[in-house]
Design a protein around this ligand. Sequence first.
Ligand SMILES: Cc1cc2nc3c(=O)[nH]c(=O)nc-3n(C[C@H](O)[C@H](O)[C@H](O)COP(=O)(O)O)c2cc1C
Length: 207
Amino acid sequence: MAFIAANARRPDHTHVLLITTGSVASIKAPLIVKELLNQYSNVLVEVVTTKSSLAFYKKEDVEKAGSQVWTDEDEWTGTYKIGDPILHIELRRWADIVLVAPCSANTLSKIAHGLCDNLVTSLMRALSPSTPTYLFPAMNTLMYEHPLTAEHLRTIKEIVGYSIIGPIGKHLACGDVGVGAMTEWKDIVQVVVDHFRLSPKSAQPGP
Ligand SMILES: Cc1cc2nc3c(=O)[nH]c(=O)nc-3n(C[C@H](O)[C@H](O)[C@H](O)COP(=O)(O)O)c2cc1C
């Protein structure tokens, strides 16, 4: 069924759009979704993914937690009539906050250059500047230390205006030790909790 922001938004809820891209740290996506949905009140999460990111987690794990995973195939259904909803526009209308976690070197570069050749980057290019947007880069240390990465980060911070958090240093999945790992997933959840002052479910008054 078509996703229409006006129907999918719920009053008094925080609408979190989690974007995952082709880094191993994508394996944390189901944990981020579960934590937000299970531990906090009045939160909705939608996940948008690149093709590569789906090598690292199962769509079903996110769906079981209560969210949907949107891919390029959902954007390009093969038929379009004037007036039909356009998925990347509907998703950005829906979002109160956007998290790109993890943000691969490739998607980082695309965002810095304004490319919009898939659902993730079309959505990012169509985002309102008033939507709080956080990028959590995750890549091999040498990818991170490549001179172009610093330039992409600078462009995104200074020209596009997104917040960049991390990466952190640790033993990376590829075997290298150094800076490049995604910020811990619980700290990513905390960004949303702090931004919207979300209430833990246990803090809700009883009926
Ligand atoms: C097993 C594996 C792990 C990878 N891990 C990373 C990573 O942590 N960070 C990164 O930037 N790219 C990583 N890559 C490369 C990206 O997946 C690749 O650049 C891809 O084109 C990214 O596409 P996307 O940005 O559209 O998701 C990895 C590739 C493979 C095969």
